[in-house]
Design a protein around this ligand. Structure first.
Ligand SMILES: [Zn+2]
Length: 443
């Protein structure tokens, strides 16, 4: 036996209202709102209608009491038309690098990847807060904003060994009931440029890393073929996927994109390989980028973008060619990047800005990058608003997916595996008399 919970008047992405029942960690049923109580309805349906009358409204003090654990969870919650989305997916993060949970660290300038790696190592040695403390602070923020799954790259180098990875694996275990986590063994200081890292990457996979990472095979390690030999060799040996940071531009990037696609095909790893950033796709002729999009689609290589300043993949063109494009936060308040709060709607908006998205359809594409496409790219099963899917949900105070991307949502209610795990409920005080008569933002 298990306790079922029905979310009444949930607004789906298509605008319709539904009653969504979760049980045993999954979505059990989705039916049009109110249908259960229609004339001629069955006894079971009438019972559901009675349940609706007793449901706790999300805007009521009673719901806060439920969240605080002061009252027993009711069998029904009335979402009052709020938008329900599958929990957000952060397809690319660096939990181990963040300064969140530590004092503010002013950004140190470094113009090249090696210079930034050096600056990061210098700052890292001065921090008094551990990887465990900082990464858990960021993971908590991610959950509060409605992220249900994160793929995090963890630095493996000769200084750290696999110590950061061990901290992140412990965190994954500790957060098992609130956040799904995939861990990438990431050679931030290179593989060939940093002798010994190849063996450490293997240690990381033995310790429990889910995916093997890579970094600028030509630009950083100066030998794309040997770098990819090691990365794809480890993927084959340990049966894991591949996720390669590729910051390079122009012809060098194009050559590496094709090497990666070719190796993906040869290894039978289609659907399990990601090129992260792929700035090069934004630095070349659009027709060539489209051709590469088609080659990636055919090989099963996905592209991750976080909407950076400067060149970025042409998102719509790549998708039109059939390639999977998705998003992650990348760095959040660390040595690489001072910005960020863990909110994937903010990242989707950033990609939308940088891509010049305006229409509802384009904004829905931005949302797709942090939901369905991200889930597909990282191989997350049972994802979505569908019967049988994991009941990992985020409830937003927004009228539509496009509105959520365009303007965000101050309120978020987060469920993981069918249980409430976090909520941000806005309390606004309009003090000045002139503000009290203003039209509400949402009708
Ligand atoms: Zn990254």
């Amino acid at each position: 036996m298990y306790d079922a919970l029905t979310l009444f008047d949930a607004r789906l992405a298509n605008g319709s209202l539904a009653d969504l029942t979760v049980a045993d960690g999954r979505i059990l049923s989705i039916v049009p709102a109110g249908r259960d109580g229609a004339p001629g309805a069955s006894a079971g349906a009438r019972a559901t209608a009675a349940l609706r009358d007793r449901a706790v409204r999300v805007d009521s003090p009673a719901f806060s009491e439920v969240l605080r654990g002061r009252t027993e969870q009711p069998a029904g919650i009335d979402l009052q038309g709020r938008l329900v989305l599958p929990a957000l997916v952060n397809g690319h993060a660096h939990l181990d690098k963040t300064f969140m949970g530590a004092r503010w660290q002013p950004h140190r300038v470094g113009t090249t990847v090696p210079a930034r790696v050096g600056a990061e190592r210098a700052i890292r040695s001065t921090l008094s807060e551990s990887v465990a403390e900082r990464s858990s602070a960021l993971a908590r923020a991610m959950v509060e904003f409605g992220t249900g799954t994160v793929r995090t790259h963890v630095d493996i180098d000769t200084e750290l060994g696999i110590s950061s990875l061990e901290s992140i694996l412990e965190l994954r275990d500790a957060l098992r009931d609130v956040l799904r986590m995939q861990v990438v063994a990431f050679p931030q200081s290179g593989i060939l440029a940093s002798p010994g890292v190849d063996r450490l990457l293997e240690d990381a996979l033995i310790a429990g890393a889910d995916v093997i990472g890579g970094l600028d095979p030509a630009g950083f390690d100066r030998d794309a073929v040997r770098h990819l030999d090691i990365v794809f060799g480890l993927a084959a040996a340990y049966g894991v996927g591949v996720d390669i940071h590729l910051h390079e531009l122009g012809d060098s990037a194009v050559r590496q994109f094709r090497l990666i696609a070719e190796r993906t095909r040869r290894a039978g790893l289609g659907g399990r390989v990601v090129v992260s950033h792929a700035y090069g796709l934004g630095s070349i002729d659009l027709d060539l980028a489209r051709r590469l999009g088609g080659e990636f689609a055919e090989a099963g290589v996905a592209v991750m973008t976080n909407g950076p300043a400067g060149p970025m993949p042409p998102v719509l063109a790549m998708r039109e060619e059939g390639a999977t494009v998705f998003s992650g936060s990348d760095n959040i308040r660390d040595a690489w990047w001072p910005f960020g709060d863990g909110d994937m709607l903010g990242i989707a908006r950033q990609v939308a800005y940088q891509s010049n998205f305006r229409t509802d359809e384009e904004l829905e594409t931005a949302l797709d990058l942090v939901t369905h496409s991200a889930a597909r790219a990282i191989g997350l099963p049972h994802y979505g608003i569908a019967e049988g899917a994991f009941a990992d949900l985020v409830v937003l105070d927004a009228l539509s997916p496009a509105a959520a991307i365009a303007g965000g949502s101050a309120d978020r209610i987060v469920m993981h595996g069918g249980a409430f795990v976090a909520a941000q409920l806005r309390e606004t005080h309009l003090v000045a008399p002139a503000l009290r008569g203003a039209v509400a933002v949402r009708p």
